[in-house]
Design a protein around this ligand. Structure first.
Ligand code: SD4
Length: 289
């Protein structure tokens, strides 16, 4: 039996998931739901890991990574995008209006401006002050869990039974200039296969890229694993390769039946879920208890 519609996202992003749910409930498509859902976090300046208000790189530049993928396996991504709040919508335009899947940096911004997006300063006073404080020691150390405000990856199954996904972030705070994480990389930060399901990631992107985590999860589901089992296996692969475990990675996944799962390395991760049964914040199991 298929449960639908369903939407889930990394961390406990109530407003974003609510927005996506409203789209799905009205019969809207999964691709519209995930785009409009994650846009809520991009615009929210209190989320310092996504869009406007995001923490800058070590040079003080806010640079955004985003990817979107639809039911037909089409995808669009932007990396190192500056001065445009809604990176996910630029990614969607890359998917729909160009023959390419990814645009970077100045080219991505130029494309966005041509499409009518407005340039604005994404560095808020709060993020700027924190960065200036960080400059005093300039020690780069990935933080394991940043509250419940972090990168947003979202998966939706619409009333037609089609799956789409989106992932958007300002990346690791105080990263080297030019650094790109897992979030905009198809197969790493997000993967959708409408025959099977979808997966998306949060945490230290380098570790997710090395194992192509989201693609791995979808392929494991294709071979019969549940979303939960597939997320656990993807975390096991990362931990095996990097026994230090002093970093966080979290995955969420959903299959075509509307079943969901998640797993992470350090406890503290959760995902928000809306389905016909209501909505809840689902705590994730973790490799380290
Ligand atoms: C990255 N995965 O750029 C992102 C960061 C993140 O919670 O998820 N932060 O590596």
């Amino acid at each position: 039996e298929v449960i639908k519609p369903v939407v889930i996202c990394t961390w406990n992003f109530l407003n974003a998931t609510q927005k996506a749910w409203e789209v799905l409930e009205k019969g809207g498509s999964a691709i519209d739901a995930v785009e409009q859902g994650v846009m809520v976090e991009e615009a929210d300046v209190t989320n310092q890991t996504v869009g406007k208000g995001g923490r800058p790189d070590r040079d003080g530049n806010v640079t955004l990574d985003a990817v979107i993928m639809d039911k037909d396996g089409n995808c669009g991504a932007v990396v190192y995008l500056q001065d445009i709040t809604h990176a996910i919508s630029v990614a969607r335009k890359v998917m729909e209006d160009t023959p390419h899947v990814m645009l970077a940096g100045v080219g991505a911004k130029q494309f966005a401006l041509e499409k009518g997006f407005k340039a604005e300063n994404l560095l808020t006073e709060k993020s700027k002050k924190e960065w200036e404080k960080w400059l005093e020691t300039a020690q780069y150390k990935p933080i394991i869990n940043i509250e419940n405000h972090d990168t947003i990856g979202m998966l939706a199954l619409d009333q037609n039974g089609d799956i789409s996904g989106a992932c958007t972030t300002s990346g690791m705070a105080y990263k080297l200039g030019g650094r790109v994480g897992d979030s905009p990389i198809v197969g790493a930060g997000l993967f959708i296969d409408n025959e099977v399901g979808g997966a998306t990631a949060t945490g230290v992107g380098e570790e997710v890229v090395k194992t192509v985590g989201s693609f791995l999860i979808v392929e494991l589901m294709r071979q019969g694993r549940s979303p939960q089992e597939a997320c656990e296996e993807a975390i096991a692969r990362i931990v095996k390769k990097n026994p230090s475990k002093d970093f966080q990675v979290g995955f969420i996944a959903m299959d075509k039946q509307g079943r969901t799962g998640s797993y992470c390395i350090h406890s503290g991760f959760s995902y928000r879920k809306y389905s016909p049964d209501g909505h809840e914040n689902v705590p994730s199991g973790s490799h380290l208890k």
